[in-house]
Structures are given as C-alpha cells and as structure tokens.
Design a protein around this ligand. Structure first.
Ligand code: ATP
Ligand code: MG
Length: 444
C-alpha cells in the first residue's frame, strides 16, 4: 500500500508539478496514462457500459471508488459509471438493466454476477421544480439532474469525485481529489456539518474509507462527528445494515471498529453492545472475531453476518441472560428470552435479516450443549448443521473463559477422530455396579 502511494506521489508530482490547490469546481484534466491508470484494469463489463453510452452520444465516465482505487493501485470492489443520459435512456440502451431506488434513482446493468451501477449526473441546485427533497436539512430524495461539474460537488469526499472520461482517456478532477489522494487525506466537499446533516451515513463512510485506504481524516471531517453521530438514529435500519456489511466485511473490520469506537459511531450502531462493553475491561472475544473475519476474507473464505452478529451481540446477550437468572428465570427460558430481547432491540436500529439472526440465535443456544461429552446429546450436537459455527464461537469464548477453552480443546480432539475411535469417545462410561462389600467388611 505504501509503495503504491509513493508511486502515485511521484506521478502526482509530475502531473501537478507543485501547482496550488484548485478552487472547488475548477476542472483539471490529466491524461490517465500519466497517472498510471490503465484501461486494462477496468472490468470488461464497465468498459462495455462506458463504450455503449459513448457510442450513443452520451458522456460516459467511471467515477468514485473505481477511479480512486485504481489510482492507488488497488483492485476496486465495483465500478460505478456516471453519465448525462437519464435513467430511462440508460435503461433503453441496455436490455440487461433495471432502474432501482426512489430516493436516488440509478440503473443497474447486469453482466452475469457483476453489476455496473450507472448514475445520471446530479445537479447542485434545484429551482424547486425538480425531484429533490430536503427534510430538516436531510436529503430524502435527489433526482435533480445537472452537469458533470454539479455532479462532482454533490459527491461526498474529494477523492471520490475523480472521473475517468472514457472519450478523452483523462482523469477529471474538480475538487482537489488527486492532491488529497496523494497527501493521503480524506476531505469532504463543501461544509462538513451541512454534508453530514444532509446524509449522516457520510460519517460512517468517512471511517470506512479512512480505515480501508489508510487515509487520514482531515480535522474538518473528524471534528463534527462525535456531536452529530446521534443523527444516525434517523437512518433507515435497512440502509444501516448495508453499511454494516461494508464496514465489517471488507477485510478491515478490526481497524474500522477501532475507529468507529474512537469517533463515537459504534455506540450508535450497536448501543446495547456499547453499554455492555463499558462494564468490561477486556473485549477479547469481539476483537478476535473481527480479526478472524479479516483473516478469512484475506484467505478468500466465506464470512457470514450471522456469526459476526453473534460476536457483536454476545456481551449484551450474556448480561441480559444473567439478569433474567437473577430475577429467578430458569436457565433454558432465560437463554431463549435473552436472545429474543437482544436481537429484537438490535434489529430496530440495524435491520439484520432474519436468516442471519436465526443463525446468531442458534450459535448462542448451542453453547451450553458442548458440556455433553457423551451419548445421544453429543452425537446430535456433532451432527447439528450449525455445529461448526457454534464450535468456532466456543473457541472465541475460550479467550475469556477458561472452562470454554477446555471444552473447545476437548471438541477439537473429538472432531479429529473417526469411526470406532469417535464412537468410543462419545460412548457414555458404563455405570459401575456398587461393589459388594467384602466378607471381612460384612463380618466387621
Ligand atoms: P466502494 O465501492 O469501494 O465502497 P465507493 O466510493 O465506490 O467505494 P460507493 O458507495 O460505491 O462508494 O459510491 C460510489 C460513489 O458515489 C462514491 O465514490 C461517491 O462519489 C458517491 N456517493 C456514494 N454515496 C454517497 C453519499 N452518501 N453522499 C455523497 N456521495 C456519495
Ligand atoms: Mg463503488
């Protein structure tokens, strides 16, 4: 990463040549080649979309993460296209497309598993006739179209407002994005408070980009966050869940979590977890779960939000369970009740779909069953479809609880056995008959 940035620095030095920072809105054009941006690195699906739009006489640019990440020498997660064609016009050009979103209309063009998101340039001002709505400073709808210059102004960060123009093969920079990328700075376009007010999710995006790209948040980006973080409560829980996936399942979960905590944002997403964390000195289970997620992603292994939620909500689940026991609830009922309550409260803030919360619940409820080392119960546990996930979770618990570490070790050994050896291990020890008293004892 550092090497890539220093390569970019060299190129920027040549291209920008110590020019002063531009006024926002002033356009600077740079041949993409000079910046090391090679069209071959762009997915063929994105190229198809760009070239078809261009052939049809529209302006067609790659924008956002695609350009930013290529300039950093990284592999972009996806490619976003911006154009002056209206959504309906884009829809007409591509048979394999559909218009999505009401708040922000977009076209998704599908090529097998890859989706290219095509957005029409948004205008910066509305004469009142267009489809833009603000409620209490919040942008609840934005379908007012405009020029590419306008479009650049409404994007969130300067490094996200770089365009690759397919026709001229140039990088277009309207907001010092290149300079900021080179300085490894994350800067908002416009007035930070106003931009967060319009869309509080931008606070989460700031942390995400800083953690993922190793950029430093400019003080103007950082400072308003703690006092504005509470505004995330107004965001639709389904949107927050999407953001959660991007925050924790993109290979930088640990770094992102640390920054979310530091900036007072984690507590907004997981208020129950935060309250329980404050009661504890160590959070080994949670941290290790995040590290494991990052490691699995690096190794190309699958990760599931159900497991992550089990780790993220474990502390409040434990606390609630204990409270219910203290109130006189039976352990079995307390477990079910605590799981239900913690999950129900969480999904009101962050809409984790049911298929994931079902897994979360199963992982938790299987935990006490690891105590059974023999007989039908042990076999049933071993054959349970969630055994693996629950066992992985037990390993995490082992970091904080010694008896869980012992249980986990026992199950680690057991899983390595097969056939007769496994059967023997899971067979309950025969009940020994009471030894008859010896003659000597009987006779006193
Ligand atoms: P990545 O795809 O790697 O997560 P990205 O920058 O491409 O990062 P997307 O969510 O794909 O992020 O959005 C594409 C672009 O759309 C962004 O780069 C930014 O220019 C713009 N954008 C997205 N969300 C917002 C927002 N909430 N406010 C302003 N601009 C946004
Ligand atoms: Mg993107």
């Amino acid at each position: 990463m550092l090497k890539q940035i220093s390569r970019l620095a060299k190129r920027c030095q040549q291209v920008l040549g110590g020019k002063p920072r531009q006024a926002v809105g002033e356009l600077r054009r740079h041949p993409a080649r000079d910046l090391g941006l090679n069209e071959k690195a762009i997915s063929s699906a994105a190229i198809k979309v760009l070239s078809r739009l261009h052939q049809q006489g529209y302006q067609a640019c790659l924008v956002g993460g695609g350009v930013r990440d290529l300039l950093l020498g990284r592999h972009p997660k996806d490619f976003d296209v911006a154009t002056d064609a209206r959504p309906e016009e884009v829809r007409e050009i591509f048979r394999n497309s559909r218009i999505i979103g009401r708040r922000f209309k977009l076209v998704h063009v599908r090529f097998g598993r890859e989706i290219i998101e095509v957005a029409t340039f948004r205008g910066s001002s509305d004469n009142g006739k267009g489809d833009r709505h603000l409620k209490g400073g919040r942008l609840v709808r934005d379908n007012v179209y405009g020029s590419i210059e306008d479009d650049a102004q409404r994007r969130d960060f300067t490094v996200n407002a770089l365009y690759y123009d397919y026709a001229s093969k140039e990088v277009l920079d309207f907001a010092n994005g290149l300079d900021d990328l080179n300085r490894r700075r994350l800067c908002l376009i416009g007035k930070p408070e106003q931009r967060y007010q319009e869309d509080p999710v931008r606070m989460l995006r700031a942390v995400r980009f800083a953690a993922k790209l190793g950029l430093e948040m400019d003080s103007s980006v950082r400072e308003p966050i703690p006092k504005m973080a509470g505004q995330l409560a107004d965001i639709a829980p389904a949107r927050l869940f999407d953001e959660m996936l991007k925050l924790f399942m993109a290979g930088h979960a640990e770094a992102t979590w640390r920054m979310l905590v530091e900036h007072g944002l984690f507590q907004q997403l997981f208020p129950q977890t935060w309250a329980s964390m404050e009661q504890r000195e160590r959070h080994d289970l949670l941290l290790q779960a995040l590290r494991n997620t990052d490691e699995r992603i690096r190794q190309g292994k699958p990760v599931t939000p159900g497991f992550l939620a089990a780790a993220l909500l474990w502390y409040p689940y434990q606390d609630r369970y204990q409270q219910l026991l203290d109130e006189g609830c039976k352990p079995h009922d307390a477990m079910h009740e605590a799981a239900e309550q913690v999950i129900t409260r969480q999904v009101r803030r962050l809409a984790i779909p049911r298929r994931f919360t079902t897994m979360t619940r199963e992982i938790w409820l299987l935990q006490p069953r690891f105590r059974h080392h023999a007989g039908k119960r042990a076999w049933r546990l071993l054959e349970h479809p969630r055994f693996r996930a629950a066992y992985d979770f037990l390993l995490l618990r082992g970091l904080e609880e010694e008896d869980c570490a012992r249980e986990a070790a026992w199950w680690t050994e057991t899983q390595q056995l097969e056939g007769g050896a496994l059967k023997k291990r899971l067979t309950p020890p025969r009940k020994r008959r009471k030894p008859r008293a010896s003659t000597a004892e009987r006779d006193g």
